[in-house]
Design a binder for this molecule. Structure first.
Ligand SMILES: *Cc1c(COP(=O)(O)O)cnc(C)c1O
Length: 423
């Protein structure tokens, strides 16, 4: 695709965009004059679908009307409510329904997964992670290492970029697994990285780690709803993600969990258990020993918050219409266009650190500021761009293909250019 640096080109791209109508299904935050802000933080909190109000209201009305009987008689009965989300969530992440459940929140789920898939021994107790992993993920893995009586200083292997580089090289990840595989119990990597926007090839990492006897999990907080994850084909043991970033399900909404089908009937796996993971036929008998539901549903502990699930249902309905493949096709163009325009500015004080290869990134671009100067970011925010700043020196911008337009991207880069001239 030959991009052009002009507003008319951006508008023409919007007119040709088969997903253009989805934007109108979302509330776009506005400035005080009522104009749309350039919202580029769907990687942090996705925008509200207009339909979400009605989905939540439906549950409030059914609670009003039925009380406890809403578990069976609500329009969407609460007892099996999570099951209504499974199929479309599984499609978004490229998994089979038996491999996906919506429950809890991401950090909680990461711990629950490590209870089952981080089983350290004296010889094999290490966890491999990226050095710039999201802080919560680091706290989670370090505390698991300590919980099992090991020292994170020795038990955590951090993957660092090479001297003078900001991105991890894929071959270095594979080499570390090859070299230290005997001691690694779990490979737990963020896909896509929240800071650099770099996406890793999950399948080759999984294949390498499994060949050396390690288990593999991915944090897909920045991948779900952003790239085509193909979790099942990747072969990884587990994955966790949240639904409030690209999945537009509201602040603090519930997360998703993937456990590969090969573990679906494995009763030898240790697991923290609760009544919602127990055989649905006898769950209310409250007498029997624990009988796990086959598949990832066995990891459920509690009956879930329906109001939050209603927001997820509303959003997943839109994803089912748009389809992740189509979103991804648009996303490659949208982010490619942003990259093209930023490079056209040709200013030495900014640099895109996200990989240029679309297969190694999602929609986010991380723009590094010379001298960690935050003033340009602050100027952009004043001018109506919603982006975010990540210490020490990066402005993150994500053009979400669901609701961002080529015109948004054009407006952003025009402001960026103007801001650089003002500095
Ligand atoms: C957003 C994010 C989280 C947030 O975790 P919560 O438990 O949902 O608060 C964790 N890890 C990564 C990589 C994230 O991007």
């Amino acid at each position: 695709m030959q991009f052009e640096n002009s507003k008319t080109f951006a508008q023409a791209m919007d007119q040709k965009d088969p997903l253009q109508n989805f934007r109108s299904q979302f509330y776009i935050p506005k400035n005080k004059d009522g104009d749309d802000l350039v919202y580029l933080t769907g990687n942090s909190l996705g925008l509200q679908p207009k339909s979400t109000f009605d989905f939540i209201n439906q549950e409030l009305l059914d609670w009003e009307k039925y009380g406890v009987e809403g578990h069976f008689h609500a329009k969407n009965p609460w007892m099996p409510y999570h099951e209504f989300l499974t199929k479309s969530m599984a499609e978004v992440v490229g998994a089979k329904p038996i491999e996906v459940v919506v429950m809890n929140t991401l950090s909680v789920n990461l711990h629950l997964m490590m209870v089952s898939f981080y089983r350290p021994t004296k010889e094999r107790y290490k966890i491999l992670i990226e050095s710039d992993a999201f802080p919560s993920d680091k706290y989670a893995v370090q505390s698991q290492i300590k919980f099992h009586g090991f020292d994170p200083k020795d038990g955590l292997i951090e993957l660092h970029p090479r001297e003078g580089e900001v991105l991890l090289r894929h071959e270095d990840i594979l080499q570390t697994i090859e070299d230290q595989g005997d001691e690694i119990a779990l490979v737990m990597i963020g896909n896509t990285n929240y800071y650099t926007g770099q996406a890793f090839d999950m399948k080759s990492i999984t294949t390498a780690a499994h060949a050396r006897g390690a288990k593999v999990g991915f944090d897909c907080a920045h991948g779900a709803g952003n790239i085509a994850l193909n979790l099942h084909d990747s072969g990884c043991d587990f994955a966790v993600w949240c639904s409030y970033k690209y999945l537009n399900s509201g602040p603090g909404s519930l997360g998703g969990v993937f456990v590969h089908e090969r573990h679906a009937h494995d009763t030898s796996l240790p697991r923290f258990e609760g009544w919602w993971g127990h055989n649905k036929e006898t769950r209310f008998g409250m007498r029997d020993g624990f009988e796990p539901i086959p598949g990832v549903e066995a990891w459920q502990l509690s009956n879930p918050p329906i109001l939050s699930m209603a927001a997820i249902m509303s959003s997943l309905k839109i994803f089912a219409e748009a389809k992740i493949e189509n979103l991804r096709t648009k996303s490659v163009l949208l982010t490619g266009y942003m990259e093209f325009l930023v490079n056209e500015i040709g200013n030495e004080s900014i640099k895109i650190i996200t990989p240029s290869n679309p297969n190694q990134r999602g929609c986010q671009l991380s723009i590094q500021m010379n001298n960690a100067d935050k003033s340009l970011f602050e100027w952009l925010m004043e001018k109506g761009v919603v982006a975010d700043w990540r210490e020490p020196d990066v402005i993150r911008v994500a053009a979400a293909p669901m609701y961002n337009s080529f015109t948004d991207v054009y407006r952003f880069v025009e402001l960026l250019k103007e801001g650089l001239q003002e500095q």
